[in-house]
Ligand binder design. Sequence first.
Ligand code: DGJ
Length: 552
Amino acid sequence: MKHRTLFCATLVCSLALVAGRARGGGGPDDSASDIPHLRKQGTATQLIVDGKPFLALAGELLNNSATSIEHLNPIWPKLVEAKFNTVLAGVSWAQIEPQEGKFDFRVLDGVIQGARSHNLRLVLLWFGSWKNGLSSYPPDWLKKDFERFPRAQATAGRSIEQLSSFSDANRDADARAFAALMRHVKSVDGRRHTVIMIQVENEINGLDHSPLATQAQQGLAPKELMDYLQSHKDALTPELRQVWEAAGSKTSGTWEEVFGKGGGADEIFIAWHYARYTGRVAEAGKAEYPLPMYVNTWGEGFPKEGQRANGAPKPAVIDVWRAGAPKIDMLSPDIYGGDYSGMCAEYTRSGNPLFIPETGNGPINAAKALYAFGRHDAIGFSPFGVDRPDRLDKAPDLTGIYDLLSQLAPLILEHQGNGTMSAVLLKSNDPPQKLQVGNYTLQVAFWPICYSMPLLMAGEPPPGTPPPGAAVFIATGPDEYFAAGSGVKVTFSPNTPGPPLAGLATVEEGTFVKGRWVPGIRLAGDDTGQGQNLFELQRQMGIQRFTLYRYR
Ligand code: DGJ
């Protein structure tokens, strides 16, 4: 699991850079204004690809699948069949820089070519200094030179296979390689935009008790961080503000003087060093080719009693990341377990756009994807390990929902950030939720598909926990909506002056074909609770258009 955030300041910076290059004109930068970038629409942030907003209906490959073109060849068509439009693929530092300063991008070129020829976009995952907190992807010439490229120490004197975030040599070697990668991506893809976004490192986390780290912790809190805290003090995350205020809101001093002692203080200290290091790597890459960049992470708040800080880029330290790594555009959560909707909310605090680069597989993903796009204006959603043979060879669980979402994408993208779209994700014991969408309040209750009337009429509902219900609602006119989902039932009440009751005027199932609504059957009776509600559960996940009217 991990986090996300789009920093508005960063967005402005990144966009200014793009615009500046475009204005410069001439040579390879002619394509600069078309570089995939982030753009605000109301309260949402959208990923713009080839000039248009884009929903990444994505899947992440197993870690090492993209180290062999031959390995990927039979996989591409299956990914297309499964309805992915974007693939997240790792780039191994060891593979692209087999000797110091000598780069080999042949495999990467094949991966880009493979994706392009299957009409798929790519998000490249830079497996540089850190992968899941450890350092298995740096080249062996670097690993062997441990005096020059120091390791972190788990306890004083005991090195682990993790490059220290306190070493300038480590950071600069990573930044040089990442810059070479981005320069190359620009040279082979700067006009085609198969590569649309970059993940910098992977699941950064881990403590360091090396002498370098200990010395840094005894030193002064950096001026850049102190300046940021002061200039953003009214908008800081509550966790960070609390730690700072508890230590007296000082504007300078040692780390301990400014943040005190304990889990929160440790978290801020180590997060700063990871942010500074990763920020420099991202900066070197963006100087070559400024694609949107994120870090993936998991977790939420500061360590509780008995837990250790780990410096991961989670929402509690988003301000530290904004201050230390302004070229990182968002913190993106890997959400495998726990409270999915809570994590989505946590990772959209303070304007962070939601991109979920990793999540589990299984049928529950359909509900989760719908919720992320409909409720939190997500840029993308991506289960992990989609090329595992047992997943590829079965019909992937996401195919249906990605098909549906690709039909709905133009509508979702038009409505992101303007208050005319919302979504629910409801487990069996969740209370109904009220959504204000357009001119009506929608009350949405869990209503499991396995209890639907046709199934009940056929016998007992199947045993076991019913899958969650999920639905998205988009107001397209004063009394007109599109909805998609299943496992919920919906009632309506007006929220503007006029007759107090609302009823369903028309309900139709249908599909979008090339953006045009093509109605199928019309629904009433059993399929609308005899006209009392939108009764999604009666039918499998699909798209419905409905209109409401008012009466007394
Ligand atoms: C999270 C990591 O970010 C992925 O690269 C992969 O290692 C998965 N865990 C495995 O479940």
